[in-house]
Ligand binder design. Sequence first.
Ligand SMILES: C[S@@+](CC[C@H](N)C(=O)[O-])C[C@H]1O[C@@H](n2cnc3c(N)ncnc32)[C@H](O)[C@@H]1O
Length: 255
Amino acid sequence: MNWDPKQYLQFSQPRLRPAIDLLARVDCEQPQVVYDLGCGAGNVTRLLVERWPRAQIIGVDASSAMLAQAALALPEVRWVHHGLADWQPDALADVVYSNAALHWLPDHQRLFPALLQHLAPGGVLAVQMPRNFAAPSHTLIDATARTGPWRSRLEPLLDAAPVAAPQFYYSLLAPLTQQLDIWESEYLQLLSGKDPVKEWTKGTWLMPFLDRLEPAERAAFEAEYAQRLRVAYPPLADGGTLFPFRRLFLVARKR
Ligand SMILES: C[S@@+](CC[C@H](N)C(=O)[O-])C[C@H]1O[C@@H](n2cnc3c(N)ncnc32)[C@H](O)[C@@H]1O
């Protein structure tokens, strides 16, 4: 996928808020080794460096564009270019933190217990993932994909929602953990600018769809999707747009 740090960081403030909320729930005073999985452009990794200045912080991501931006922002951090599906740490970690990344990986039934194995006993796995896949921001991508001339090319991308219900993660992780805290928050985000919900998903979930289209078709897809979004998220009188966004949080302490 062609991640574009500029597009993604257009909404850096509302995207940062859940990362801060997740970090606030991690009870670990002096970790030595901290991984940020799917660290992206490093703006969230910066929070980890500020919280644990004496720890070795390592950011892992599969996008060289995102990592290049991260390395510019925080040259002192070690950045590892690697996919997360088969990632192995050099040493057992005290904290494995991941904000808004693991929903890109399939098979959470296998992935989450595997991540716990990379922690030292008592170590903490802290994860935030969007769970907005039943909201118009996401269902209208599917609806637009199904109704245009691009249907046959885009339909293979229409998988089931990648993040399961909170109870799934509880059943999976409770037997492997000594503490497990799982919750959801829905942020009522106020966005500004033209077609801001389209611009938001264009930095993330919409990307693989647009990547499969030629430039002219891409513009047509965006226009049709934007029109549907304006009905679902009508602009307010002052020009702002309310965009509710649900997220799942999980903080697990390994046995
Ligand atoms: C939405 S960004 C989040 C970045 C950062 N954690 C933040 O909160 O700002 C998702 C990141 O996950 C990375 N990513 C997605 N799938 C991945 C995979 N299978 N392996 C490694 N990185 C992946 C992407 O390259 C991207 O940088």
